[in-house]
Design a protein around this ligand. Structure first.
Ligand SMILES: [Zn+2]
Ligand SMILES: [Zn+2]
Length: 161
């Protein structure tokens, strides 16, 4: 006896067809023929890459871990960068590198989470060095600018996907 399914959009209609992408049952009226089989209207509409930014739990975890790693490793690196010439340029490059790393670790998905993690993880090491001075009344505009550039570059690194 074949299992009877019910269309997820029309719970009263029986069907034996299910979407090739999400597996939900769909009735003949709802199903869409695509190159890779029958799909529900939602999945048939989504062009390739439209799901960028939708992360699996594992990718989210990896993104967060990568962010934590970058923040920790970044603290000694930033202390070196802030003592170098062309520190703004180097900060931006380092931020972009950090963002790219987080993007790749998270499965190259990009999206709001990867961008947020990249920006925060890149800004933390700068703030760790800048905050004590700033609190003591010695606010470093140049250092702050370096932090902003690095964070923006890290975010931008996640925008291509
Ligand atoms: Zn589907
Ligand atoms: Zn239906």
């Amino acid at each position: 006896m074949a299992e009877t399914l019910h269309c997820y959009r029309h719970p009263k209609r029986e069907t034996r067809v299910s979407c090739a992408a999400c597996g939900r049952p769909i009735c003949t009226e709802c199903m869409r023929q695509t190159a890779v089989g029958i799909k529900c209207p939602e999945d048939a509409q989504l062009p390739r890459g439209a799901r960028a930014g939708v992360m699996k739990p594992k990718q989210i975890l990896r993104t967060l871990l990568a962010g934590a790693g970058i923040a920790l490793v970044g603290i000694p690196i930033v202390s070196i960068i802030l003592g170098l010439p062309f520190q703004l340029l180097i900060s931006a490059a380092a931020g972009y590198g950090a963002g790219t790393l987080i993007n790749r670790t998270g499965g190259r998905n990009g999206g709001p989470l990867a961008i947020t993690v990249s920006v925060v993880a890149t800004a933390i090491p700068f703030l760790a060095w800048l905050a004590p001075d700033a609190l003591a009344g010695d606010f470093s505009t140049f250092g702050f600018l370096a932090a902003v550039l690095a964070a923006v570059a890290a975010g931008l690194a996640n925008r291509r996907s």
